[in-house]
Design a protein around this ligand. Structure first.
Ligand code: HEC
Length: 126
């Protein structure tokens, strides 16, 4: 009876299905807090939401090993310089839209506050 309800095979199957559903939604993936991630304050949480909404498509990896269109964004991006970040994100480039009109100054500040919590990846061996 118990053995049937908690059949290991069914558990593995539903985990597998959950993993597929989960990985189909990049934003959901990025929203998951990995163990040991810093606890975010209200501003940083708002910044993370904005990043997931407006920047994820180019800057966040939906899956391990997937390439992104834009470079990874971390606390090391542009030397972590808030003024340089605000300028860059506000104006954009030929390949990236500027957000100076889409975002209120508070929104931009929130995104930058969140970026400061994202650890820089270890340098990759090529
Ligand atoms: C359409 C794709 C796209 C979107 C959307 C986008 N970016 Fe970018 N971003 C890029 C590309 C591509 C680059 C690399 C610079 C270049 O090639 O013009 C870049 C570069 C950057 C850089 C400089 C990185 C570095 O290491 O020099 C920052 C900071 C940045 N983006 C922040 C953001 C933020 C914040 C958002 C959302 C508010 C965003 N981007 C949305 C494509 C995008």
């Amino acid at each position: 009876m118990l053995a049937r309800e908690f059949s290991g095979e069914a558990d593995v199957r539903s985990l597998f299905i959950a993993a597929i559903i989960f990985s189909a939604f990049p934003a959901g993936f990025a929203l998951a807090q990995p163990a040991g991630a810093p606890v975010l304050d209200e501003t940083q949480t708002r910044g993370r939401e904005l990043l997931n909404q407006y920047c994820a498509i180019c800057h966040l990896k939906p899956q391990l090993g997937a390439e992104t269109y834009g470079p990874p964004l971390t606390q090391a991006t542009l030397g972590g310089d808030a003024v340089a970040l605000r300028d860059f994100i506000g104006h954009g480039t030929a390949r990236m839209p500027g957000f100076q009109y889409a975002f209120k100054p508070d929104d931009l500040a929130a995104v930058i506050a969140y970026l400061k919590t994202v650890p820089a990846p270890a340098p990759q061996a090529h």
